[in-house]
Design a binder for this molecule. Structure first.
Ligand code: SF4
Length: 333
């Protein structure tokens, strides 16, 4: 996709909606947080499923009462102010006491949850009663091997009707490629951004993303929202040696509180550089060169050349988002 194409995809998230959940829009500190490794689905293309890792990973996650986690996040607030927390899993909205956890987390931080939306409608109503659209975003991941289309669409529509700005993600696993256009059209009609994530793994003996045909890449180009995703994930351009803000303006937190510079750092066998339960935890003082050939986890958004280039655009978008949030909160009060 060209810069123009990326811009038009993003424009769906700007304007009347709140873009703070986008890396294109957010210029403050952010974290991804693998809250836990429990999920009610077992999708064939999931990294944990392909590697048969669920049982091993579950030994590492911590099931804690919300206040234990919130103490850590309060310390992060004291040090860095409001940050954006992208919560991943497993399925975050199946973690014990998840509503209390996200309600507490969203008081000081902005929370984006990648969810399969399998929770009940009553729970969805409840969480949206508790947290306003300015504080929480739902990245709704559609997993057709397990989710029912009508149910998923109904929940996405419900979120829209309540003023949230959900976007829908699908993993571009080869057996799903034939349905992408149909799904994309359906969400376009609902004014809901629809994007695909590049499949990374083996299917029918072939390694992906290297085995996507040119035709398939062109199809994916229509649903990949940012140029960097194409460049570094689909086309596999090397990031080694490039200055990167991961570890400095961003970090990847694991389910035991360990903090890595990025997902690739963890996959690459590096040691965590901190743990959020440590009262002295802090990020690196400056960006550092990337030591890896490939950036597989989507964090190339923090490559310093792109981060700096987009900063001006982000400042405008975030200021607008916060202004809207403040106005809305004042209206509620
Ligand atoms: S470019 Fe990617 S792999 Fe390299 S340090 Fe940055 S986030 Fe990590």
């Amino acid at each position: 996709m060209s810069e123009t194409g990326a811009g038009s995809a993003l424009s769906q998230t700007r304007g009347s909606l709140w873009p703070w959940w986008s890396n294109e829009a957010w210029d403050r500190t952010s974290f991804t947080w693998d809250l836990w490794y429990g999920c009610n689905y077992r999708c064939s293309y999931c990294w944990w499923e392909m590697g048969d890792l669920w049982a091993d990973l579950a030994k590492k996650h911590l099931i804690l009462p919300p206040e234990k986690w919130l103490t850590c996040w309060d310390r992060i607030y004291d040090r860095y102010g409001t940050v954006r927390v992208d919560v991943l899993g497993g399925e975050p909205m199946r973690y014990p006491s998840w509503k209390e956890l996200f309600e507490g987390l969203s008081r000081r931080h902005l929370v984006s949850i990648t969810t399969n939306l399998s929770i009940s409608m009553a729970d969805l109503r409840d969480i949206t009663d508790k947290i306003s659209p300015e504080r929480i975003h739902f990245a709704a991941s559609y997993h057709p091997q397990f989710a029912k289309w009508e149910d998923f669409v109904e929940k996405v529509g419900f979120l829209k009707s309540r003023g949230y700005a959900p976007h829908v993600l699908v993993v571009a696993w080869p057996p799903l490629l034939g349905d992408l256009s149909r799904w994309s059209e359906a969400f376009k009609k609902m004014d809901v951004p629809f994007t695909t994530s590049v499949f990374q793994g083996k299917h029918e003996g072939r390694e992906y993303p290297d085995s996507y045909t040119n035709e398939q890449k062109a199809l994916l180009g229509l649903t990949i929202p940012v140029a960097e995703e194409q460049r570094y994930r689909l086309e596999r351009e090397s990031t080694r040696g490039k200055l990167c803000g991961a570890g400095h303006v961003y970090a990847n937190i694991k389910a035991n509180g360990d903090v890595y510079r990025c997902g690739q750092d963890c996959l690459g066998g590096a040691k965590p550089f901190g743990n959020i339960f440590d009262a002295n935890f802090g990020l690196h003082e400056s960006p550092e060169p990337c030591p890896y050939q490939h950036c597989s986890c989507g964090e190339f958004a923090f490559l310093w050349e792109d981060w700096s280039r987009k900063k001006g655009r982000r400042e405008l978008a975030v200021a607008d988002s916060l202004r809207r949030g403040a106005a809305r909160e004042a209206g509620r009060g």
